[in-house]
Design a protein around this ligand. Structure first.
Ligand SMILES: Cc1ncc(COP(=O)(O)O)c(C=O)c1O
Length: 403
């Protein structure tokens, strides 16, 4: 028997898990850890959604296997969302599939379309499944930048000219996790043009479609004419409605890609529990005030974090979207690297963050801070960090410790 197994050998130790394990151990020892590490919403979904879940769960015929590709009402609700939010028509029969969270959809689409040795273009740094979905499927990753600027397109051209075999697909995701960068329609237009010219599939991850702070709703790649020839887009109820544990996401777009994902899923799962799918319909079709409320909540937390951390000597750039700040390490501690800095911060300031290197080598030098603790706890984090910095002789420019 040969061990470690082929696919397991392709998975390096999950760096972020190291900090998570330290956080869990500290909490088990009774320490109060302020957790800015994981992007796990701390709010509940709207009550009408929970009511619908309970109502349908009370029906005796709601407990069998569900539909792997999603119940028709949920696919229709998602199609209606694309029409009302982006002005994009999608056919709920052939251009929409419900996934068990967008992460599952990304991973299984990678399985569906990848042959061992295929080359895939994926951003670095990025949400790990963007790379590892394909790595598990046997592909080789060629990194492209995360920042959606001119350099991005230069790198794409280089990748096409110098990679053998020619890349077969690319992944993009804006608002970005972890960098919080956003893309506009002009960017997507160039991506679609590039992909059509070179016969490359595009997987766009729009998990943070509704979490933005500057009044500019993030666009969909499917708004670009011809995008459906090459692209599929993933969205999720996890952040939009604070339903991360429910595991409902969607893939929408190119028929061939949707059919491939639907087919792989038909071998693997029976779909989400029907009451969850029915409640997801209620979330998408029902009152939408939770979206605005969540947006305001995350914005207030963002503002408190940027202001209070900057004041204690750690300048944090304000993100325009997503639920994260992507923060360069404080310059006095940059030499530690992001993993060691995260460990030190946990040990000495009782604040958990996600080390940037966990999102790829280009994430080194940064940590990701999630807006999943309340304002009071964020201010407490700033006070803890100030004490830690003061013990090292790092000066802020405030009197926050006295607050
Ligand atoms: C960019 C991005 N894509 C996808 C996901 C996964 O979301 P889901 O809960 O729909 O699987 C996340 C979760 O944090 C994310 O940040």
């Amino acid at each position: 028997m040969s061990e470690p197994f082929y696919r397991i050998r392709r998975l390096p130790p999950y760096v972020i898990a190291e900090v998570n394990a330290m956080r869990a151990a500290a909490r088990a020892a009774g320490e109060d850890i302020i957790d800015l590490g994981m992007g796990n919403p701390d709010q509940p979904p709207p009550s009408h959604v929970i009511d619908k879940l309970a109502e349908v769960a009370n029906k005796p015929d709601a407990h069998g296997y569900s539909a792997s590709r999603g119940i028709p009402g949920l696919r229709k609700a998602q199609a209606a969302y694309y029409q009302r939010r982006f002005g994009v028509d999608v056919d709920p029969e052939s251009e929409v599939v419900v996934t068990l969270g967008s992460k599952e959809g990304l991973a299984n689409l990678a399985q569906a379309i990848t042959a061992p040795g295929d080359v895939i273009l994926a951003p670095n740094p990025s949400y790990p499944i963007h790379m590892f979905g394909f790595i598990i499927a046997g592909a080789t990753i060629r990194s492209i930048p995360t920042t959606p600027d001119e350099n991005f397109f230069k790198d794409l051209e280089r990748a096409i000219n110098f990679t053998v075999p020619k890349p077969s697909a690319m992944v993009i995701g804006y608002p970005s996790n972890p960098t919080a960068e956003v893309a506009d329609l002009a960017f997507y237009e160039r991506v679609v043009d590039f992909a059509r010219r070179h016969n490359i599939w595009v997987l766009s991850d729009l998990a943070y479609s509704e979490i933005y702070f500057d009044g500019n709703p993030p666009p969909s790649i499917l708004q670009i004419p011809g995008a459906k020839d090459v692209a599929v887009e993933f969205t999720s109820l996890s952040k939009t409605y604070s339903m991360a544990g429910w595991r409902i996401g969607f893939a929408v777009g190119n028929k061939k890609l949707i059919a491939a994902l639907t087919r792989v899923k038909s071998y693997l799962d029976y779909g989400a529990f029907t009451p969850i799918q029915a409640a997801a319909v209620a979330a998408i079709n029902g009152p939408q005030d939770i979206i605005e409320k969540n947006r305001e909540l995350y914005k207030r937390r963002r503002d408190v974090m940027v202001e209070s951390f900057t004041r204690v000597g750690w300048p944090i750039p304000a993100p325009k979207a997503s639920m994260f700040a992507w923060a360069p390490l404080p310059k006095e501690l940059a030499h530690l690297g992001s993993l060691e800095f995260s460990k030190q911060l946990l040990t000495h300031a009782k604040v958990a963050v996600a080390p940037g290197v966990g999102y790829g080598e280009k994430g080194e030098g940064y940590v990701r801070l999630a807006f999943v603790e309340n304002e009071h706890r964020i201010r407490q984090a700033a006070r803890n960090i100030k004490r830690y910095f003061t013990s090292l002789g790092i000066q802020g420019n405030d009197s926050i410790a006295a607050e």
